[in-house]
Design a protein around this ligand. Sequence first.
Ligand code: ATP
Ligand code: MG
Ligand code: MG
Ligand code: MG
Length: 565
Amino acid sequence: MRASQYYLSTLKEAPAEAELISHKLMLRAGLIKRLGSGLYSWMPLGLRVLRKVEAVVRDEMARTAKAHELLMPAVQPAELWQESGRWEFYGKELLRLKDRHERDFVIGPTHEEVVTDIVRRDVQSYRQLPVNLYQIQTKFRDEIRPRFGVMRAREFVMKDGYSFHTDFASLEQTYWDYHRAYCNVFTRLGLKFRAVAADTGSIGGTGSHEFQVLADSGEDEVVWCPQSEYAANIELAEAVAPAHARPAASQPLSKVHTPGIKTIAQLCEFLKVPVERTVKAVVVDGNDGRPVLLMVRGDHSLNEIKAEKLTQVKVPLTFSSPEAIREAFGANPGSLGPVNFPGTVVMDRTVDRMADFVIGANEDDQHYTGANIGRDFPEPLVADIRDVVAGDPSPDGKGTLEICRGVEVGHIFQLRTKYSEALQCNWLDREGQTHPMEMGCYGIGISRVVAACIEQNHDERGIVFPPAMAPFTLALVSVGADRNPAVATAAEQLYSELQAAGVEVLLDDRDERPGVKFADMELIGIPFRVTIGGKGLEKGVIEFVRRADGVVEELPLADACAAIR
Ligand code: ATP
Ligand code: MG
Ligand code: MG
Ligand code: MG
């Protein structure tokens, strides 16, 4: 591809609304353009990246998951959703619309209903099972907070697979095929990820895994044990952890002398409790004028907590005034202190598994111990006290837990007979008996994968795509070609050779300064760059640079193509 004829639209500055680095870089590199809230166009350069992800996914779907591709409509009749019960259950994330005949439809956030409808019509006998289908298709979810660009969009591209079986053993086999396929996909794409067990909610059982790309900016938390295989998302880890050992209600609230202690860090030291095990609770303005109770792990000042954009807001309080808050917290004299609503620390709490529950007394050198939830605090406070923290023993007893953040890029789930029962998707056994099919569903957020990859692979100059996802493998930049015809000729020749050799090369033949070209090729994350200039040509060499580590090599022009390939 010639850059002079290609649609490149890089920006010097990211638009102000972009917070996350991947969002900024995707906009700056011109991979995507915003159309509206949670709606993005994939520009030619970005689409090449998206297609790379799709290609790897398709390959692994065929090779490892042994699934067949189909394509289902985005618009789905409401009747199917009424049949499954999700018309009521799904809530506002489901975009509903009417056609000209006033019939109800939805724009599919997922396709269990549609695929189950297809299979129930086609498949009757055990001889036709298992069935394993997938599609790569546009989904719509009316997310309450679309943000971070394509990371949490409303319209996005998903690979969704569905399998149908006579029995659980067959479902499990396919489930683990998908598990392997997903591990292969994310490994091939060059991502650091972890497969973690996830909660199966009302369906029960242990059959769900999320695939989390590790990134500090991720919205999810992953709990894992370096000494064993244990890995779970935080919700599951919490669900199986033993409940907090709460101090008995009979234990009195008593003041302790804590000389010179002013901060959580000092208190932790005094109590010999790790800082990560502390929770700071503050009441702040919840933007709409309502106070919000915030719980933040670790040692932060109120300003830091505010600067963190209140990512850990958990409990909106419905108190209408400072007096009302004071009343609610009044059972414990130490919990409140002088409330300067909004925006005042109302209490510091140091929690070690709740067995040692200490709160600030809002008095110099004094804290309270033996505080009791429900008696001394309103119950909602419990909501954000973690049952699982780093350093806890892992449930398999083989080591200690660590916690890190992740981006959910894939999710596989044993649905069992939830949909087949509701939609009567049945099979007949040899005796002519009818049974509901066992089902699994398997998603990959194709468009989210691109954003997650950039969260993990970037530097101050821009994106650093792993080769498997890069829009082009090699940038060929000619320097001074306008003044030196030999440079232009050599660049053209190498360009043809590389293309003939199947290298995806972007020839930067634009009428721009070298600095501009280099900066653009770095910003858009092309893994390798070759520079051809007059000085090098005199020596018969070209410059070869690796984007990831900036390592520069000189290669002889004569066999440059062979060396690069
Ligand atoms: P999340 O927890 O991030 O809301 P989810 O659990 O609702 O995701 P699933 O129903 O498991 O998502 O869908 C399968 C995959 O689709 C997810 O693992 C994720 O990669 C992707 N995905 C879900 N919602 C979005 C979105 N709003 N924007 C982009 N990708 C998404
Ligand atoms: Mg969701
Ligand atoms: Mg999720
Ligand atoms: Mg999920």
